[in-house]
Ligand binder design. Sequence first.
Ligand code: AVI
Length: 319
Amino acid sequence: MSQFIQLTQQDPQLVREELLAGLLAASAQTSPKYLYDALGSKLFEAICELPEYYPTRTEAQIFASYADEIAAVAGTGATLIDLGAGNCAKAASLFPALQPSHYVPIDISVQFLRDAVSRLQSQFPRIAMTGIGMDFSSRLDLPTAVPRHNRLFFYPGSSIGNFTPQEALAFLARVHAACLHEGNADGGILISIDLVKDAVILDAAYDDALGVTASFNLNLLQHLNHLLQADFDLRAWRHRGFFNAKQSRIEMHLEALSPQTVRWPGGVRRFEEGERIHTENSYKYTQQDFIDLLTQAGFVDVTVWSDPQQWFMVCHARA
Ligand code: AVI
């Protein structure tokens, strides 16, 4: 039987304050979590199907090639805690190898997750499932329904890249703390990282020919219109997605095509032509830099699986 726990409804006043602080800053910015309303989650699924977006298929190849080795290292029968589970498909592809005793998918996009969990529960009736609707980016205090021992945190998709390296370290340290059981290190993490590579490959992955990533980015303005009762005109903006080699990150921005004033109840923001809203970073790591980050966060015994081109890697580390 699956259960669903909605931990916190995002407080609309806090959401509003956070968004307005970002929009009114000299260099306007928004957190990438606002890319994922119901439509944003579907557009992200479509991105994962694009020929240019290599991370999803490369990761799937690594999981398919090494599932048994991964299970041998990570162990079977764990409580598998899937951070940012989305449609739960990645974790489900590893169920036969990992044989989790309990599956705990967590996502901020609640309705999307609720539907995915109920579909999955009928496919895997023997695995206990507890879906949790929460924003895990700043806290990881899980409800008591989630067993404390033998936790395997699963953070696929190279989503860690959407944090700055400092945020990533703090996040990994929280995951490490959440693995401790009665003060002892127990369990671990299975995490995917996108590796530094040729800028041409990276640029195409975040600015695809079909314009799906552009729609994903522009949909953020639609989401802002909903959250703030704002009047962004989506046709007055364009998507920009490119690799910033100095910072080792993809940057996504929305760029104003003309001078314009955007209004919401109680406020306005003027944008000049060419002015940008910075909507997402996606950091790319070298193998060693990421292993160092895991070690700094307290993890040990790191095992790495990669693809032949070394574009992407999956790591397991013990708490
Ligand atoms: C979810 N995350 C890992 C994706 C990435 O590649 O950074 C989000 C994304 N943004 C644009 N395309 C995909």
